[in-house]
Design a protein. Structure first.
Length: 221
């Protein structure tokens, strides 16, 4: 469970709550300060659409290639699996759990995006309270789902998935109320998105170095 939860959280800190947020918030704040909500909504739509496509591709690849990811970061388990060793079952279980937890990346990316939008509009309480749902769903899954599973760890992975889903759904009414629930649009060449991309480059490098080091230190330990 620790392994299956670590990978999507690593990508979350790298993209959603890391480099992307550091680049998106200043651009959104600058745009919103101009007082034109139509332009603000257009920026949100373009940013959400572009980010959504990228994260959807990463998520699908992560789910389909969970075995490859598990082999890369759990190489000892992979070797045991190849040779029928005692940890072979751990490799298969970790790969299965990663399939379940990887979509959490998609949900939490949009949770982070929504939180940044609501914070910019002065709605701080919503994004502050939202993370509670992840812990609640994991606890509920441990109580009610894990005991029903032949491999209880899978219940915790389901809890992570449900936690991401509930966080995502929880913020939607507040986005609607604030008038910023927009239809995502592809906007790779949109001026606002280009500015976000430009700001992301140094932020991505800085965040990625620390997160990659932390990830490898964790698995080596």
């Amino acid at each position: 469970f620790f392994f299956a939860n670590k990978i999507p959280n690593f990508l979350r800190r790298l993209f959603a709550e890391g480099a992307f947020s550091q680049a998106f918030v200043p651009v959104l704040t600058e745009n919103h300060a101009q007082g034109d909500m139509d332009k603000t909504r257009e920026l949100i739509a373009r940013a959400a659409g572009t980010l959504g496509v990228i994260v959807s591709i990463v998520t699908v690849l992560g789910v389909l290639g969970s075995g490859v990811v598990t082999a890369l970061f759990g190489f000892g388990w992979f070797l045991d699996w190849m040779h029928g060793g005692p940890a072979a079952e751990k490799f298969e279980l970790a790969s299965l759990m990663l399939k379940i937890t990887f979509p959490y990346l998609w949900f939490i990316t949009f949770v982070a995006l929504s939180g940044a939008i609501l914070n910019t509009l002065g709605k701080f309480a919503v994004s502050s309270f939202t993370p509670v749902f992840l812990n609640v769903m994991i606890i509920l899954a441990a109580w009610f789902i894990s005991p029903q599973m032949s491999q209880p760890e899978i219940g915790l992975a389901i809890g992570v998935f449900l936690g991401g889903l509930v966080q995502f759904l929880f913020q939607i009414p507040f986005l609607i109320k604030a008038g910023v629930m927009v239809k995502p649009k592809w906007g790779w060449r949109d001026p606002g998105v280009v500015k976000i991309r430009t700001l992301m480059i140094p932020a991505l490098f800085g965040v990625s170095v620390s997160q990659i080091n932390l990830l490898f230190d964790t698995f080596i330990a």
